[in-house]
Design a protein around this ligand. Structure first.
Ligand code: ATP
Ligand code: MG
Length: 197
């Protein structure tokens, strides 16, 4: 391609982008859903957490599935002064078969989340793996939708999980689906520190 053609092509692209930028004028918090079967949802949410903390914003993470406590992200982020990190009490894991206890744990985690969604001091709230709570019927999505709608205007919320409840999708501002094209686990590679946890 000649230099002239490249310049005029880039100029057209810039005009389109500038036009879009000039139209996006609203300033408010957003609800982001990260879903799908591929790897990268929780790690993306935690990347955004790093961004928000970098700007001095007060943040909170609630993990709705209790995995190992000593994950790399927990060990890294726990000393951040502007961050609260909650791991759901007894916690639903793939190993538990106690539905009653799981429901109790889900509800107490939701009570914490609800308090944060009412608190204007929090700029970013990550509700990690929350989607499973709806999938298994541990939480009703409607009160969650209500609380999200009523939250402080500047507050950003990220919810992760493989499947998302439809009522949440209806009110989300941004939805990204991480597609599973290949995963090392199926190639026989063991889960490793720094990559999986
Ligand atoms: P990550 O925390 O790595 O961003 P994720 O949040 O997108 O992953 P989850 O569904 O929460 O994915 O699963 C978490 C764990 O399962 C991680 O250890 C991840 O590597 C692994 N995992 C994610 N997707 C797949 C997959 N398609 N096949 C096998 N293991 C997967
Ligand atoms: Mg995850």
């Amino acid at each position: 391609m000649s230099d002239d053609r490249h310049i005029s092509r880039m100029q057209r692209k810039k005009d389109v982008v500038d036009e879009r930028i000039s139209r996006a004028t609203e300033e408010r918090g957003v609800l982001i859903l990260l879903k799908g079967n591929g790897k990268g949802k929780s790690s993306s949410a935690l990347g955004t957490l790093a961004r928000a903390l970098g700007h001095g914003q007060r943040c909170a993470v609630i993990q709705f599935i209790k995995g190992r406590r000593e994950t790399g992200e927990y060990l890294f982020f726990r000393d951040q002064p502007n961050l609260d990190w909650h791991i759901m009490g007894q916690g639903f894991t793939w190993e538990t078969q106690d539905r009653e206890r799981d429901i109790e744990a889900a509800q107490s985690a939701w009570a914490v989340a609800k308090g944060l969604l009412e608190n204007p001091d929090y700029h970013l709230i990550v509700l990690d793996e929350m989607s499973y709570m709806f999938k298994y019927g541990y939480l009703d999505p409607l009160p969650v939708v209500e609380a999200l709608k009523q939250r402080p205007a500047h507050q950003n919320v990220i919810i992760t999980g493989r499947t998302m409840a439809t009522p949440l999708q209806e009110i989300a501002d941004t939805i990204s689906t991480v597609q599973d094209e290949r995963h090392a686990f199926r190639g026989g590679v063991k889960a490793q520190a720094g990559i999986e946890y």
